[in-house]
Design a protein around this ligand. Sequence first.
Ligand code: DGP
Ligand code: NA
Ligand code: NA
Length: 210
Amino acid sequence: SKFENNKNRGAFILFEGCDRAGKTTQATKLFEYIQSLGHPVKLWKFPERKTLIGQVIDEYLKKTRELDDRTIHLLFSANRWECVSTMKENILNGTTLIVDRYAYSGLAFSAAKGLKLEWCKYPDKGLLTPDIVFFTDLSSEDAAKRGGFGEERYENQSFQKKVREIYLSLKDPTWKILDARKSISELHDQIGKMSLTIIQKCKELPLKED
Ligand code: DGP
Ligand code: NA
Ligand code: NA
């Protein structure tokens, strides 16, 4: 496309983690920080519940709709696919995207139900590859202590324990595993520094689709 040789692209910064690990708090704080420095930046969250597919996902998570495990896996993936061209356009035009959950969530949550990891991976093949992944790591015991889980599907300790194990098996060189027991400001400082480095570095690197 006309963007491929852009020498000034934005970064794709991803947050992943179990429920209640402080991901959304850190993604929001990072967004505000990067914006305050004058960099073009946007905050995205998956699932994107506002689209037609996202509305079905929302009903599934709120337990007002039941769906087969493979069906919902494919819908979560389709929800990422329906946003990919907009995300790509933003990044290649120089906007950094801070994304709260992406394909690793799909693998961790679906494989935790017993679906085969290899089967789960295929629908997400070709999606954008993050430049850095911040994994806010918290044991399911510590997560449960944070005022308990919410009412949505998946929000219970034994399931989250499985999700965390699968997540940790997915770690690759783009991952930074952060101890989510640290204070909000300590984590934010750490994340902010690494993000500025990656924003500079990735200007010279192609955006990957794997
Ligand atoms: P959140 O709004 O971040 O709490 O995410 C909603 C829930 O959906 C959360 O428990 C994680 C789960 N989730 C996110 N992405 C996927 C996915 O691709 N597949 C499955 N099965 N679950 C997902
Ligand atoms: Na949740
Ligand atoms: Na969240």
